[in-house]
Design a protein. Structure first.
Length: 137
């Protein structure tokens, strides 16, 4: 499978899992369901734009790289303190889905991070395109 297709798929999966996780956090009361979440939504919109519109461009790779770093950090933030299944979440319903989305998010985000870094690395060594029919001095 082509690397750019894999990057698009894993990046889209990461965004989807992040939306599931954010929704679950709001429903459980970990995050307020108010205007504060607009920042997170806007970040996901930029990540989605970088994934779909700016695919295979330097700016797209950078956006995906940054989104992947942030996405892979979400489980780490939840592991600080009482851990993934400590505290208020431990005895609530739907704990499996909540933990699974965190683990799946981290896996897909780290894989996207690797693929976007490789994409950026590959761009550094490409020669600039010459324009057909232009006169070069």
């Amino acid at each position: 499978m082509k690397r750019s297709v894999m990057l698009t798929i894993t990046s889209l999966l990461s965004i989807l899992l992040l939306t599931f996780h954010l929704s679950d956090d709001i429903v459980r009361g970990f995050e307020p369901g108010g205007v504060k979440n607009i920042t997170g939504v806007l970040m996901m919109v930029v990540w989605l734009y970088g994934t779909l519109v700016l695919a295979e461009r330097r700016s797209g790779y950078i956006i995906i790289l940054l989104g992947s770093i942030l996405g892979s950090g979400v489980p780490v933030v939840h592991m600080i303190g009482k851990g993934l299944v400590g505290g208020r979440i431990a005895n609530s319903s739907g704990i499996f889905f909540w933990v699974w989305t965190l683990i799946a998010l981290q896996v897909t985000a780290i894989f996207s991070l690797i693929l976007s870094a490789r994409g950026l690395w590959g761009l550094q060594w490409r020669k600039p395109r010459s324009h057909a029919g232009s006169i070069v001095d």
